[in-house]
Design a protein around this ligand. Structure first.
Ligand code: OAD
Length: 234
């Protein structure tokens, strides 16, 4: 069995990392055009770095919850039976990796990786972003930005994602509001290709009507229960 799982901010909510569009979500407190666009970074790089430095500090304190752990368990169990879990996340946190998932595709980038805006070189870097940091690849300063896909930029790994979606037997969406494309369109693509679909979320997402199977409640409870049912059915 090949399962394609898409995760969003809801899977990390119970680990203390905020979601974006819920009440008190990040985009209710910050103007995304100021902190999550290339234009915002060009206008005020210090404000953008401060925003992501606060998020890096939160991430350093966060631990995976039972939903992340259950997906890592599912990956290992499917692999042991000749199946495959293809885990694609919109999240820039590393809680899937911390829970033990071995292959995680970060379509919106990774918070704890710094990208040089001059030469695009990447380096793992959980500490604060600074204007003074000198890029080891090109030797210039002033270019340090988070390796996070901003609005107006192309999501990453799209070719591999499309291939994996086409090969899946089941598409499962966990903890995402279904409001940001292209990820929000995966369920429609999956359905059009005859792939079974399942939504797991706190409440029905914007695309809930497209999904064949639906389970609602906190991810830390609903995901482990769903994984248990999948493993029992193998
Ligand atoms: P959203 O904040 O848009 O949606 C989070 C979803 O998680 C909502 O539907 C909530 O109901 C649900 N949720 C909240 N708590 C939950 C819990 N404990 N268990 C299960 N579900 C829960 O976040 P995303 O859909 O991930 O992009 O947002 C997509 C993208 O928009 C993000 O990757 C980010 C953002 O702008 C970038 O930064 C590029």
């Amino acid at each position: 069995m090949k399962i394609f799982v898409l995760t969003g901010a809801g899977i990390s909510a119970e680990s203390g990392l905020g979601t974006f569009r819920d009440k008190d979500g990040v985009w209710t407190r910050y103007d995304l055009s100021e902190v999550a666009t290339p234009e915002g970074f060009a206008r005020d790089p210090a404000k953008v770095r401060a925003f992501y430095n606060a998020r890096r500090a939160n991430l350093a304190e966060a631990s995976p919850n039972a939903a992340h752990v259950a997906l890592a368990r599912l990956e290992a169990a499917l692999a042991a039976r000749g199946g495959d879990l293809w885990l694609c996340t919109q999240n820039v946190d590393d809680l899937h990796e911390k829970a033990g998932s071995r292959r995680v595709v970060h379509m919106h980038g990774e918070l704890a990786v710094t990208r040089c805006a001059h030469c695009q070189a990447l380096r793992p870097d959980p500490g604060p972003l600074t204007a003074e940091a000198v890029c080891e690849a090109c030797g210039r300063d002033g270019g340090a930005r988070p390796h996070v896909v901003w609005f107006g930029e192309m999501p990453l790994h799209m070719d591999a994602i499309e291939d994996a979606l086409a090969e899946a037997d089941l598409f499962v969406s966990i903890g995402t509001s279904g409001s940001v494309y292209p990820a929000a369109g995966f369920v429609t693509e999956a359905r059009a290709m005859g792939v079974a679909t399942c939504e797991i979320n706190l409440e029905p997402s914007a695309n809930a009507y497209v999904f064949g199977e639906k389970h609602y409640g906190p991810a830390s409870e609903v995901v482990p229960a769903w994984v248990e049912r999948v493993l029992n059915g193998l």
